[in-house]
Design a protein around this ligand. Structure first.
Ligand SMILES: NC(=O)c1ccc[n+]([C@@H]2O[C@H](COP(=O)([O-])OP(=O)(O)OC[C@H]3O[C@@H](n4cnc5c(N)ncnc54)[C@H](O)[C@@H]3O)[C@@H](O)[C@H]2O)c1
Length: 596
């Protein structure tokens, strides 16, 4: 029989603590909520009532249930109030000495059988536990932000945590409607170990002005389906907390440079820009604690007129290639009203592409997303050709041929001879340096990357890749075209992986390394990222969809260009590729897909 928890204590009512109090009180458990001062108690109470009032306003919580929830909470200053609770969860700032002091005090105050838990994200639960005389009753219960919403709880057992305590806490998580993964005591556990390298990398992109905050966040939301971009997430976590977590992970996790906090984070913390809780972080919020972003001096002007500023007029577009991307891109431009010339390497290929575009447009008609008239009009705008010479008077060329530099360079040299002056020449490459392609022409200022995502008609994102020779006019034209296509264009520099792949693949590679180290299972790691961070797919699900060979190739490119030791491809990924386990397409990757 699992132990009954009738009353629990929560210490520290900041970003996490206030949410944890709500989780318990919502599930019928009495809570003693403790802070350091009366003012801090009031802040915590305001956070919680704000959250429950929002739930009532949205119809997710009945007023009577809210009142009952609030009646279960006993707000107190000082740890002495915790003398009779069955379990305490500590959620004070991420400092080992502070937590150790609190645990020593809790050990003195709490009844002997009480379980003492920490919500630490990165500190050693073991080191915290030895500050007490009952380390076998100390455990990590790591909730995710916002605690009332995120389903995951990481239960962290140390080498001395007793099996009963683990089982009792697992049963408690179930009662709270949470999904738990139980793991051992390692820096960052599962989710943060995979998340924080990515967040830090995103901050470094912002710090080095590789892309704007809006573009970095839009890229990850729209390119990967994440619930929020990395910089908005840093603001939600709190920059002071994020700094401490990174710093601890750097020291505990083998001094991986990717966890060394980017200097900008410390500067922002010192300047009081802590994120949502202080009303300003990477973004500016309506008021401290508010989730509503308000415009500030860095907010870009996105109206149509401003977007088109300095852009060339584009009416006729040439699209070169006959693969998946070219097919999708033809559809996108034709639907948006552009006159399109598709160029392939022969009539047979053109017929195939034409058929594929028709099939896709017909699907749109069947789903009621496109009228028959619009479908016919879109098709009527496309001319099918097998000769590059037909591109002599287009305004924009989008190249989507095979991902081989020599082929792309030869093509761009030909386009340079054929196309009229003033044409914008774009490549859809996802991994080659755009500048190499640009330098195959006599007009590198007119060359740019337009990295569409697959499937192009559906994915809302385009990465606009500027080289050091791309002109402002070319860039403005690319931005205006993306807007006219109904896509979000994000502007970035010409570096391996651009924004999305550079941030995504190292995270996937880290997940493989974690599996390889036997820290957790593929299922639990996938759960952790989906339920703890709201990702649409776990890393192993995604790797199997993308293809292990493709993922390995991208990771190798990143490693070769950036020489970051942490980017070295995981040996397990290499072995699986060698063994022909390429993911869904070969029937087996991290999982066996033949059985379903
Ligand atoms: N922010 C996140 O997204 C997140 C997610 C999961 C876990 N965590 C972890 O949760 C813990 C708390 O982080 P946070 O972001 O909520 O921090 P926070 O700074 O928002 O809140 C900490 C609170 O603890 C209070 N406090 C400080 N000393 C205290 C004491 N001696 N007694 C009682 N209260 C005291 C502070 O007044 C403050 O209100 C950290 O260990 C953090 O790593 C944070």
């Amino acid at each position: 029989m699992a132990r009954e928890f009738t009353s629990v204590g929560v210490v520290g009512l900041g970003t996490m603590g206030a949410g944890i109090v709500e989780v318990f009180a919502r599930n019928g458990i009495d809570v003693v909520a403790v802070e350091i001062s009366a003012a801090a108690v009031e802040r915590g109470r305001a956070t919680l009532t704000g959250s429950t009032d929002r739930a009532v306003a949205k119809g997710k919580l009945a007023e009577a249930d809210r009142d009952a929830l609030l009646a279960r909470i006993d707000w107190q200053v000082g740890l002495d109030a915790l003398h009779s609770v069955d379990l305490v969860i500590e959620a004070v700032p991420e400092h080992l000495d502070l937590k150790q002091r609190i645990f020593a005090e809790l050990d003195r105050v709490c009844k002997p059988e009480a379980i003492l838990a920490t919500n630490t994200s990165s500190l050693s639960v073991t080191e915290i536990s030895v500050a007490t005389t009952r380390p076998n009753q100390v455990i990590g219960i790591h909730f995710f932000n916002p605690a009332p919403v995120m389903k995951l709880v990481e239960v962290v057992r140390t080498v001395v945590t007793s099996a009963d305590v683990v089982a009792d806490v697992e049963a408690l998580c179930e009662r709270l409607g949470k999904v738990d993964v139980t793991i051992s005591d390692r820096a960052g556990f599962i989710a943060n170990a995979l998340l924080f390298g990515y967040l830090n990398h995103a901050v470094s992109m912002f710090e080095s002005r590789y892309a704007t905050r809006e573009d970095i966040d839009a890229a990850m939301k729209l390119g990967c389906g994440l619930p929020m971009g990395p910089l908005a997430l840093m603001d939600l976590i709190g920059l002071d907390t994020a700094y401490e977590i990174l710093d601890t992970m750097y020291r505990r996790g083998g001094r991986d440079r990717r966890h060394a906090p980017v200097p900008l984070i410390k500067q922002m913390v010192t300047a009081g820009l802590l994120g949502r809780k202080s009303g300003r972080g990477f973004y500016t919020y309506e008021r401290p604690g508010s989730p509503v972003v308000v415009p500030d001096e860095h907010t870009p002007v996105t109206t149509g007129a401003a977007l088109a500023d300095g852009a060339r007029a584009i009416a006729k577009v040439g699209i070169v290639g006959s693969g998946t991307m070219a097919t999708g891109i033809i559809e996108v431009f034709a639907k948006a009203g552009y006159e399109v010339i598709s160029v392939t390497r022969g009539a047979e290929k053109s017929a195939k592409v034409c058929e594929a575009v028709k099939t896709s447009l017909n699907k749109g008609v069947v789903r009621g997303k496109l009228s028959e008239t619009d479908r016919d009009a879109a098709l009527g705008r496309v001319t099918w050709s097998a000769t590059l010479d037909h591109l002599a008077d287009v305004d924009l060329v989008v190249e989507a041929v095979v991902e081989e530099l020599s082929v792309k360079k030869a093509l761009f040299a030909s386009l340079d001879e054929i196309c009229k002056p003033g044409v914008v020449l774009a490549t859809t490459t996802s991994s080659l340096p755009v500048i190499d392609v640009a330098m195959a022409t006599q007009r590198p200022a007119d060359v740019i990357g337009l990295h569409f995502f697959n499937p192009a008609p559906i994915m809302p994102l385009v990465e606009i890749v500027q080289t050091i020779r791309t002109s402002a006019e070319t860039s403005a034209t690319a931005r205006a075209v993306c807007a006219a296509l109904g896509k979000t264009g994000v502007v970035c520099g010409d570096r391996s992986g651009f924004i999305v792949n550079a941030l995504l693949f190292p995270y996937l590679n880290d997940a493989v390394k974690m599996l390889e180290a036997s820290y957790s299972t593929a299922d639990d790691i996938d759960y952790a990222m989906k339920l703890g961070c709201g990702y649409p797919m776990g890393p192993f699900e995604l790797l199997d969809v993308v293809g292990l060979d493709v993922s390995l190739a991208i990771q190798r490119e990143l490693y070769l260009e950036l020489r970051e030791p942490g980017f070295a491809p995981a040996p397990l990924l290499e072995h699986l590729v060698t063994a022909g386990y390429l993911g869904r397409k070969s029937g087996r990757g991290f999982r066996d897909h033949t059985k379903r």
